[in-house]
Design a protein around this ligand. Structure first.
Ligand SMILES: Cc1cc2nc3c(=O)[nH]c(=O)nc-3n(C[C@H](O)[C@H](O)[C@H](O)COP(=O)(O)OP(=O)(O)OC[C@H]3O[C@@H](n4cnc5c(N)ncnc54)[C@H](O)[C@@H]3O)c2cc1C
Length: 557
């Protein structure tokens, strides 16, 4: 084979290995921030299998910020909520409507379609995917940079890159070559995944989990006239060849109290999940994201969602570092923020599967009583949608590295704030409807500045005169000139006078929805990160928290 070598300076500084949802979303984020990257994928084409199909509201927000949510919504099937059944009886339900998100529903979209939309967006942003190019080896050269060997139909090439991001799925070569261990264990269950056509009275906008003895059947409607059935079958990896439609039908009939008649079997897959989490998401100049960093069971349908969360968390940080605006220690916060979140996702998927497959009849009956009581008392509806949808997930570890005890304290503060419903540094910014917004013209907080850029939200100090600009002098000095600053005009905190600069604007909040959503008062100032999480909460008149944020990450992305 020919050996192609090019000087380092002619290569993009970032190599993204893998063009699944993670690699594509990350590449879009980088290109949007004007940081070019090279994206390779061993496959010649996107797969045709539906794979990760559930896209929850927080992920729809991410897709919207990337500019592809509307088309995704046109192609996909909205689902409003779900029900849990056991031994033929309904236990409880949850509804996604009423979430603090413009998406009060989830979307079912086969993974190849999500990938196609993201790839098209990447091309619009000036990027491309090099298909049929496989990473065969990655090592660290004497210069400290990753040296990669790539193989394609044209031959083999070896080169150095500044940053190597492994988005190459569960069997990640990048992870293996970086010597990053993957903790975890093989699940005790075999899973059968079937995309089918069927006849049933089940609604087409609702997900159902049927628990039966020590097994589960998960029924999810899909676009077109298909359905996805996910079921545990024994302790071994099931061989699809041994599961003709009649056998799948038997299993479905045994588990579902609602009549379901299969009419065709479109795709069948059998697997056992080795769930686990990488020991580190960053090792020097190597980063891991998506399934390369964490793998979990299909319970909860979080695979693509966790992948997108990784991509947006990493994207703006890597862009800042590549542009020389922030020190590379900022990338440590990617590990600090995303690894605990991903660990929780892995843990929850594990607990959901174990809870659904209890072997003791006594334990099953206790579990069912618990769910049923929680449902009747409204606990399920209050707790489940914010968690399942991803809107409640925050990143309390923050951007500044800290000792282990400090990190524990930050997580405890984040948890407490979540329980009492208060904002905290690392929480997702709420997205309430603004004044003057109606059903025909919805206008939300996030619409006030472009996706992918930071912003500062501020309220005037108490007793401030309507024409008093001076109250914002300190804030004006703390915020880089190109960062949008939005001052809310609320009752008692008039905001008519602001520094005369295009980045500053006054927005009416007479009903106080934004103020309440952030528990803001006179003189509050918060900084919002490019990924829509809170980067700092402080005072407009003494903006130490705002200044600290911009000192950590530099100016606008
Ligand atoms: C059968 C199946 C069913 C699933 N069902 C669900 C579900 O119902 N819900 C859910 O949320 N999730 C589901 N998942 C998981 C979901 O598909 C993943 O979480 C998601 O694909 C993760 O995206 P990713 O981009 O991190 O990895 P992947 O989608 O795996 O993408 C990795 C990419 O890297 C490329 N690659 C790998 N190695 C190399 C290399 N050495 N060089 C170059 N390129 C390389 C691959 O070709 C691939 O395109 C399912 C997965 C499978 C396999």
């Amino acid at each position: 084979m020919a050996t192609l070598s090019q000087p380092h300076s002619s290569w993009p500084s970032v190599l993204v290995v893998g063009a699944g949802p993670t690699g594509l979303a990350l590449a879009c984020e980088l290109h949007r921030a004007n940081v070019p990257c090279r994206v390779i994928d061993a496959a010649i084409e996107h797969g045709t299998r539906s794979k990760g199909i559930a896209i929850w509201p927080r992920s729809l927000e991410i897709l919207r910020d990337l500019g592809v949510a509307d088309e995704a919504a046109e192609r996909g099937l909205p689902v409003r909520g779900g029900s849990l059944w056991s031994q033929g009886r309904p236990l409880t339900s949850f509804d996604l409507a009423g979430l603090d998100s413009r998406y009060g529903w989830g979307l079912v979209l086969p993974q190849p379609e999500t990938e196609e939309l993201l790839e098209r967006r990447l091309v619009e942003l000036g990027g491309k995917v090099e298909k049929g190019v496989r990473l065969v080896q990655a090592r660290t050269s004497v210069s400290g940079l990753p040296t990669v060997t790539l193989e394609s139909a044209d031959g083999q090439e070896t080169t150095e890159v500044d940053w190597l991001v492994g988005c190459d799925g569960p069997a990640s070569q990048v992870r293996a070559d970086a010597g990053i261990a993957m903790s975890g264990e093989l699940e005790q269950y075999g899973w059968l995944l079937a995309d089918v056509r069927l006849r049933t009275g089940l609604p087409r906008d609702w997900i159902n989990w049927f628990l039966h003895a020590n097994a589960v059947l998960h029924v999810l409607p899909m676009p077109g006239d298909q359905w996805r059935l996910t079921m545990t079958v024994g302790a071994q990896r099931p061989d699809p060849a041994e599961w003709p439609m009649a056998r799948v039908q038997q299993l479905v009939t045994a588990r579902s109290p609602v009549p379901i008649t299969l009419t065709s079997l479109e795709w069948l897959s059998g697997f056992r999940v080795r769930q686990g989490i990488a020991a580190r998401f960053r090792s020097g100049r190597v980063l891991l994201a998506g399934d390369a960093a964490h793998v979990h069971s299909p319970a909860g349908a979080q695979g693509v969602n966790a992948a997108l969360q990784d991509a947006v968390n990493l994207g703006w940080k890597l862009a800042k570092v590549c542009r020389g605006e922030a020190p590379d220690v900022l990338l440590d916060s990617y590990d600090a923020e995303r690894r605990p979140a991903a660990s929780l996702t892995v843990l929850m998927a594990d607990r959901m599967t174990k809870g659904a497959t209890l072997s003791s009849r006594f334990a099953r009956s206790a579990r069912d009583r618990l769910w049923s009581n929680a449902g009747r008392r409204g606990v399920v509806q209050r707790a489940l949608p914010p968690v399942v949808s991803g809107v409640r997930q925050g990143h309390p570890a923050g951007l500044v590295p800290a000792s282990a005890p400090r990190l524990v304290a930050r997580h405890a503060r984040g948890l407490l704030a979540t329980v009492v419903g208060r904002p905290y540094v690392g929480a997702r910014l709420p997205d309430p409807l603004l004044d003057g917004s109606g059903p025909a013209t919805p206008h939300r907080l996030w619409d006030l500045w472009p996706a992918g850029t930071p912003a500062v939200l501020a309220w005037a100090g108490r007793g401030r005169r309507w024409d008093e600009v001076d109250g914002f002098t300190a804030l004006y000095r703390a915020v880089p000139r190109d960062v949008p600053v939005i001052v809310f005009d609320s009752p008692g905190v008039p905001a008519d006078a602001i520094p005369d600069t295009p980045a500053w604007q006054v927005v009416p909040d007479y009903a106080g929805v934004v103020r309440r959503s952030l528990h803001a008062g006179p003189d509050t100032a918060v900084v919002v990160r490019p990924d829509r999480y809170l980067g700092g909460i402080g005072r407009a008149s003494t903006p130490a928290a705002i200044r600290a944020y911009f000192q950590t990450v530099g100016g606008a992305c």
